[in-house]
Design a protein around this ligand. Structure first.
Ligand SMILES: [Zn+2]
Length: 532
C-alpha cells in the first residue's frame, strides 16, 4: 500500500540522489498544476510547468527553508480571502527566496558543502506555508502543495537525523516593521529544546549562538545577545519551526530568522548572504556535528569503516544467540556490540547501523525492552537503521502482540501451538528471496525451532512485507494441527520509515552452509548513506 512511509522514502531517495529536484523558475508568472506536485513533492519532470517549490539535497546538517519569498501563482488556486484567519497576511517576504539561495551558495564556499534547501515559489497570497493548515490555504489544490512542501522539510529532517544524529532548520523570513533589525523566533526556546538540553543556554542566547554570531557580523538583533527576554510576539516563530523543531521531541532544532528590509536590499543581498553564512558557519562549528555519524571521531567502529551491529543480549535471548555471535565473528567487515534492554533505552543504538534480535522468547525480549525500549528501536529503524530478527526476533518485529515492535506488517498464525517442535524443514525461496540471499536454490533445508508462522497483517500504517521464502514442509508436534505451517512465510523483508527489516522464522545461523544468509541480510538492511 502507498503509505506515508513510502511517500517519505520516495522523497528521501530524491535527496540521496543529490540533485536539485527542479530548477528555480526565474520570473515565472504561473506554476504547474497543484496535482503535479501532490504525489511526491516535485513536478513531473516532463511537464513544461515549473516547481511549486525547490528542494535540494545537502551535505550539512543544516536545512534552509523560505516559505514567503515566492511570487508565482498556483493554477486552480484562487487568492486567499482570509476569512476568520487571525493576523491574515498575504504579502510576500521580498527577496527571501533569492537570499536563501545565495546563502546556500555562500555556505558551500565557506564549508565546502551545501545545506538542504526547501524554497517556496508560490506567492503567499495563494498559500501561507508558515501557518497551520486551517489558516494556510482555502482549496484542495492548495492543500496538496502545502502538504508536499512540509513533507519535503520533514523528509530532509529525517535524513539529517539519520546522517548526523541532529541538525537545525533555519526558516528565513522578512519583516518591514523594524527595517534594521533581525529577530529571533524559537517560540521562546521551545523549538530549540534539544539544543538547550544538549549545549545549554549559551547555544541559544549567548555570544556564540546563531544570533550572537549575527551580531558579530553587524546585524542588530532582537532579543539582545545574552538576554533571556521574550521574543517579539509577532515574530516569535511560526508553524514551520513549531512542527519541524524539537518542541515535542526529536533532535532537529528550528530557528526563525525575521530579517528587516535593510538586510534584503537587492543591491547588497550578496553581501548579506555572505555575512549570514559566516554567522551560520561559526554557529555550526560550535554546536553542530562536524562529521556524519559513521565517521564520528572516537568511535572505533566508525573509524574502521565496519558495519556496526548491535546484538540484543539480555532476558529472552536464548542459547542460539551464541551461534549468532559466533557467525557474526566470522564476518570481517562487521563489528559487534552486545546490548541490554537498559542500554537500548538509554541511547545504546546511537551510531549503530543494524540491530539484531536473536532466538529465545519474543515475549520476554519485548516485555524486557518495555515500551520505551521498543520505541527506541522503532525510531532507530524509522530513521534508517537496519533490523534483523531470527525466530524470537521475528515474533518481536511482527505487528501481532502487545509487546511487538510493529516494524514488519506481519501477524502470527496458530499462536496457540507455538511450541510445535524443533527440527529440519524445507523452505522455498521466492525470486526476491533468491535476490536478497544471493542464491539460485529454489528449495533448501533449514533448522527450525518454533519460529513464527508469519502472514500479512495488512496494517495500514506499516508497509506490506515482501515474502522471501515459505515453508514447504512442517513440524506439528505437541498437538499442533497438520497443514497449518506449510505455505506460511518463513523469511520476510520489509521497510519501516527509512530503514529495512529482515525476519527469519527458522535459523540460518544454526544451519551449516546457510550462515551466508546472515551476511546477505546485513548487506540488505545496512544503513544507506551518501558519500558527500
Ligand atoms: Zn514570513
Amino acid at each position: 500500500m502507498k503509505t506515508i512511509a513510502a511517500f517519505l522514502f520516495t522523497l528521501s531517495a530524491t535527496f540521496l540522489a543529490g540533485s536539485i529536484v527542479d530548477a528555480a523558475p526565474a520570473a515565472v508568472p504561473s506554476l504547474g498544476s497543484a496535482a503535479d506536485v501532490a504525489s511526491d513533492g516535485r513536478l513531473n519532470q516532463n511537464a513544461t510547468s515549473n516547481a511549486a517549490f525547490t528542494v535540494a539535497s545537502g551535505g550539512l546538517p543544516v536545512i534552509l527553508t523560505a516559505p514567503h519569498g515566492g511570487s508565482a501563482a498556483v493554477p486552480g488556486v484562487p487568492e486567499r480571502k482570509g476569512d476568520g484567519v487571525t493576523r491574515f497576511n498575504s504579502r510576500a517576504d521580498t527577496n527571501t527566496d533569492v537570499l536563501t539561495e545565495k546563502l546556500a551558495d555562500a555556505l558551500d564556499q565557506k564549508l565546502g558543502k551545501r545545506p538542504y534547501v526547501v524554497v517556496a515559489r508560490f506567492h503567499r497570497k495563494y498559500i501561507d506555508a508558515n501557518r497551520r493548515p486551517a489558516d494556510a490555504f482555502e482549496s484542495a489544490e492548495a492543500k496538496a502543495t502545502y502538504d508536499a512542501y512540509h513533507a519535503a522539510i520533514a523528509s530532509a529532517c529525517k535524513e539529517v537525523t539519520a546522517r548526523w544524529g541532529r541538525g537545525v532548520v533555519l526558516d528565513i523570513h522578512g519583516q518591514a516593521a523594524q527595517p534594521g533589525v533581525a529577530l529571533r523566533g524559537t517560540q521562546n526556546g521551545k523549538t530549540v529544546t534539544h539544543l538547550l538540553k544538549q549545549s545549554g543556554h549559551e547555544a541559544v542566547y549567548g555570544e556564540t549562538s546563531l544570533f550572537g554570531q549575527l551580531a558579530k557580523q553587524g546585524f542588530a538583533v532582537f532579543p539582545a545577545v545574552g538576554s533571556s527576554d521574550p521574543e517579539s510576539p509577532n515574530y516569535s516563530g511560526g508553524h514551520t519551526v513549531g512542527i519541524h523543531g524539537s518542541s515535542s521531541g526529536g533532535t532537529i532544532d528550528a530557528i526563525q530568522l525575521e530579517l528587516g528590509t535593510q538586510y534584503r536590499d537587492s543591491e547588497t543581498i550578496g553581501d548579506m548572504a555572505d555575512k549570514l553564512a559566516s554567522a551560520i558557519t561559526a554557529f555550526a562549528k560550535s554546536y553542530l556535528p562536524a562529521a556524519e555519524q559513521k565517521l564520528a571521531a572516537g568511535d572505533a567502529t566508525n573509524r574502521t569503516g565496519k558495519i556496526a551491529i548491535g546484538v540484543y543480549f539480555d532476558k529472552g535471548a536464548g542459547p542460539s544467540v551464541k551461534a549468532l555471535l559466533r557467525t557474526l565473528g566470522k564476518f570481517e567487515e562487521v563489528s559487534v556490540t552486545k546490548l541490554t534492554a537498559d542500554q537500548i533505552r538509554s541511547g545504546g543504538l546511537t551510531g549503530l547501523d543494524i540491530l539484531m534480535h536473536p532466538g529465545g522468547s519474543g515475549g520476554d525480549q519485548g516485555r524486557n525492552l518495555d515500551e520505551p525500549g521498543r520505541e527506541k528501536i522503532r525510531n532507530f529503524v524509522r530513521e534508517g537503521g537496519g533490523f534483523v530478527g531470527i525466530c524470537a526476533g521475528a515474533y518481536l518485529a511482527s505487528a501481532h502482540y502487545p509487546w511487538s515492535l510493529n516494524i514488519l506488517d506481519a501477524k502470527v498464525l496458530d499462536t496457540q501451538h507455538w511450541n510445535r517442535g524443533t527440527g529440519t524443514v524445507d523452505i522455498e525461496l521466492t525470486s526476491k528471496g533468491r535476490e536478497t540471499l544471493r542464491t539460485t536454490n529454489q528449495k533448501l533445508p533449514i533448522h527450525y525451532a518454533q519460529g513464527p508462522l508469519l502472514a500479512p497483517a495488512n496494517r495500514p500504517e506499516i508497509e506490506d512485507y515482501e515474502e522471501m521464502a515459505t515453508f514447504k514442509t512442517e513440524i506439528a508436534k505437541n498437538g499442533a494441527p497438520k497443514g497449518v505451517m506449510i505455505g506460511t512465510t518463513a523469511i520476510a523483508r520489509g521497510r519501516f520509515g527509512q530503514g529495512r527489516v529482515v525476519c527469519f522464522s527458522p535459523h540460518p545461523e544454526m544451519t551449516a552452509g546457510l550462515e551466508a544468509f546472515l551476511q546477505d541480510s546485513i548487506d540488505y538492511v545496512n544503513r544507506k548513506r551518501t558519500s558527500q
